[in-house]
Design a binder for this molecule. Structure first.
Ligand SMILES: NC(=O)c1ccc[n+]([C@@H]2O[C@H](COP(=O)([O-])OP(=O)(O)OC[C@H]3O[C@@H](n4cnc5c(N)ncnc54)[C@H](OP(=O)(O)O)[C@@H]3O)[C@@H](O)[C@H]2O)c1
Length: 155
């Protein structure tokens, strides 16, 4: 499974819209209906699985890492700065509690830098020798910029 998180939907806003569904036309109802009926997986449903979350030192990535750990997954989180990654790891351990059986690995990754991506892949192989061991990859790392700008690497 590969997930991107380009947008956070405001759930309470969507619920409000659903309450007013009589006022909506059918296509709009269908669109809102796609997002609202979310049933969350139960704790333990990711036992034994490994989830990679790029950009998990803060924000949506960190929240996702906590949730996957609560569901039982081992998580591999990344940050551009090792100390931020370690702080996120401590946060996850605290949030999940002592019953957690999974592993949390923290690797450095800067998606703006080709060298960092190559070095990340080498480190990832030490944590996950077989790519088939990876069950979910959430490629979340990044930022919102108000203007178009290329990285030094040219992308
Ligand atoms: N929140 C929203 O409403 C919203 C809306 C549209 C799009 N998005 C996108 O969703 C993603 C997460 O949003 P967020 O609000 O959770 O952002 P955030 O709180 O700023 O978190 C961004 C994460 O990405 C990492 N990151 C930043 N630049 C990176 C890079 N060059 N290489 C690798 N990792 C990098 C950061 O880690 P370090 O700084 O520790 O490296 C951090 O963990 C972003 O891609 C954002 O553009 C969010």
């Amino acid at each position: 499974m590969l997930l991107f998180t380009p947008l956070t939907l405001n759930k309470s806003y969507l619920h409000k819209l659903c309450e007013q569904k009589d006022a909506m036309d059918a296509p709009f109802q269908r669109l809102v209906g796609r997002f609202v009926p979310v049933s969350l997986p139960s704790p333990g449903s990711f036992d034994g699985q490994t989830v990679l979350i790029a950009g998990a030192s803060t924000g949506i990535g960190l929240a996702a890492a906590v949730h996957f750990a609560i569901l039982g997954a081992s998580v591999i989180i990344t940050s551009r700065v090792a100390s931020r990654g370690e702080a996120a790891k401590r946060h996850i351990i605290e949030a999940v509690g002592p019953s957690y059986n999974g592993d949390i690995s923290c690797l450095e990754l800067d998606l703006e830098s080709y060298e960092s991506c190559i070095s990340f892949m080498a480190k990832l192989k030490t944590v996950l020798p077989d790519p088939a061991m990876l069950d979910v990859a959430i490629l979340n790392g990044g930022m919102v910029n108000s203007h178009w700008e290329k990285s030094e690497a040219g992308w």
